[in-house]
Design a protein around this ligand. Structure first.
Ligand code: PYC
Length: 321
């Protein structure tokens, strides 16, 4: 049977979708651009410079959604590692992504490519050792995480002065315990607006991560809803929407701040609730600077599909930036 007219000149990309405590990950299996070899950070830069339309088409509407993170699998630079991966969302590129790492490992296990046990993924910000357990949960030892500035005050229009820490957990975070409302899903609109105002004020005042890196994530921290947990968070992501999961890099940044204040002993468990009530369990190994967090969570597969990018489609490369 001849192909339908509209799909004759179409690019096809095979993906597996999953969610980790509610936050979506779309893993690209094939059909992505050829980015050559070398360090994953250089290949991420080539993707951004020459093929950014691929990112947009994959995770923005009409195929994706603002809270979705894409994961492009690449050949590892070090052949002893399992894979390279570049994470991105509707706004741009992430250094690391914790929920996405759990989604990638769960996807590769679903495809029969990973067995229970350890495997190293290369990310643009460093190698991440993962471990798939036979019960389906996934742990990963994140990149070293640390607080770079403590008790930074920022004057936020319409809000007042907010005090928080600047911390690295694989992405840059502003971490504050001051929230305008309880960290509940029915307050998400208000919490999102508050975090966006903080992020704009940080940019205005040139409060950055190290090397002038922009702070794209804002994390509000509060008490847990369930007493077996240690805290709850609400995290604004670069795309302007909030993380449905407890955010792996955000949990890492939070743990680094707690450790720096002596509120988290080496090896102690930190159970982080996200805004939907999902939990990541963290454990911190003390380093000369900061900590190495080991985060454990679980993802579920939601789809296996072939995305079609029709040359005749004016919205082939998605909507938005
Ligand atoms: O889990 O690290 C994470 C993450 C970053 C952005 C969305 N999720």
């Amino acid at each position: 049977m001849p192909e339908p007219e509209a799909s004759r000149d179409a690019r096809r990309v095979r993906v597996v979708d999953s969610h980790t405590e509610g936050e979506a990950t779309r893993v690209v299996l094939d059909g992505g651009p050829e980015l050559g070899n070398g360090p994953i950070a250089e290949r991420r830069d080539r993707l951004r410079a020459g093929h950014d339309h691929f990112r947009r088409g994959l995770v923005t509407e009409p195929r994706g959604t603002a809270s979705m993170v894409g994961a492009l699998l690449l050949r590892p630079a070090d052949p002893s590692h399992a894979a390279g991966v570049v994470f991105f969302d509707a706004a741009g590129y992430l250094g690391m992504c914790g929920h996405g790492t759990i989604g990638v490992v769960t996807t590769l296990a679903h495809l029969g490519r990973f067995d229970p046990g350890p495997a190293t993924l290369e990310t643009p910000v460093g190698p991440v050792e993962t471990e798939l357990t036979s019960d389906g949960s996934v742990s990963f030892a994140n990149v070293p995480s640390y607080r770079s500035r403590a008790a930074v005050s920022v004057d936020v229009p319409g809000v007042g002065v907010v005090v928080g820490d600047v911390a690295w957990g694989g992405n840059w975070f502003f971490v504050t315990e001051r929230a305008p409302a309880p960290l509940r899903l029915d307050r998400a609109t208000e919490l999102t607006d508050y975090c966006r105002r903080i992020r704009d004020a940080l940019a205005r005042d040139r409060v950055t991560g190290e090397g002038g890196e922009p702070i794209e994530h804002v994390e509000l921290c509060g008490p847990p809803v369930r007493s077996e947990n240690d805290g709850r968070n609400f995290v604004l992501c670069p795309s302007g929407t909030y993380d449905r999961s407890p955010c792996g890099t955000g949990t890492s940044a939070r743990m680094a701040c707690l450790a720096a204040e002596g509120r988290l002993a080496p090896g102690a468990v930190w159970r982080q609730e996200g805004i939907l009530g999902g939990v990541f369990e963290g454990r911190a190994e003390r380093l000369a600077r900061g900590i190495r967090p080991r985060i454990t969570g679980r993802a579920h597969i939601t789809g296996e599909s072939t995305l079609v990018f029709d040359a005749a489609d004016p919205l082939r490369d998605g909507i938005g930036a």
